[in-house]
Design a protein around this ligand. Structure first.
Ligand code: SF4
Ligand code: SF4
Length: 155
């Protein structure tokens, strides 16, 4: 970390791509209290072979049920993934993989979301311009991507 500067200093500038994701997964081990969220159990490539809790989605829009016209209705108590995830990190982590690994991740179809990766390209460029590239620790994400690239997709 660079002093008290962290990834939150890399602005989203009104983007809501994360809130359109199909997989806003809740993690009690990271402090998420399931009793305080509207959620359902879903399958996820990140947790093969079991179902995991994730925020429900609006059936009309497909967006997170907490996404309102003026932003997140539970800002301040949003799940850990909403506070931890940053597309700039995802993009940077992808850059540490081999071309073959990236191709396998895209081919799986259940790991990468194109809009978020594209937004990550833009936000990573901004992070570098702001001198914040070094706050994006990618080791855990690279390890997860490498494992997923090596594993066949479960049908
Ligand atoms: S995709 Fe990136 S810029 Fe958009 S909301 Fe998510 S973290 Fe922010
Ligand atoms: S809880 Fe808030 S920040 Fe997280 S996906 Fe839903 S609307 Fe977006």
């Amino acid at each position: 970390m660079d002093g008290d500067r962290d990834q939150n200093a890399i602005p989203c500038d009104g983007c809501i791509e994360c809130c359109k994701s199909e997989q806003v997964i809740l993690r009690p081990e990271a402090g998420d209290d399931l009793s305080t969220f509207d959620f359902e159990y879903i399958e996820s490539a990140l947790y093969p072979g079991r179902k995991v809790p994730a925020l429900k989605r609006d059936p009309q829009t497909g967006n997170c049920v907490y996404l309102m016209a003026d932003g997140c209705a539970i800002h301040g108590r949003a799940p850990a993934i909403c506070r931890r995830f940053h597309c700039a990190r995802t993009f940077k982590a992808l850059g540490r993989l081999s071309r073959a690994q990236r191709d396998r991740l895209w081919a799986r179809g259940d790991v990468l979301e194109e809009a978020i990766v594209e937004r990550g390209r833009d936000r990573h460029r901004l992070a570098k311009a702001l001198g914040l590239d070094n706050v994006l620790d990618t080791d855990m994400q690279v390890a997860a991507f490498e494992a997923l690239a090596a594993a066949p997709r479960r049908r």
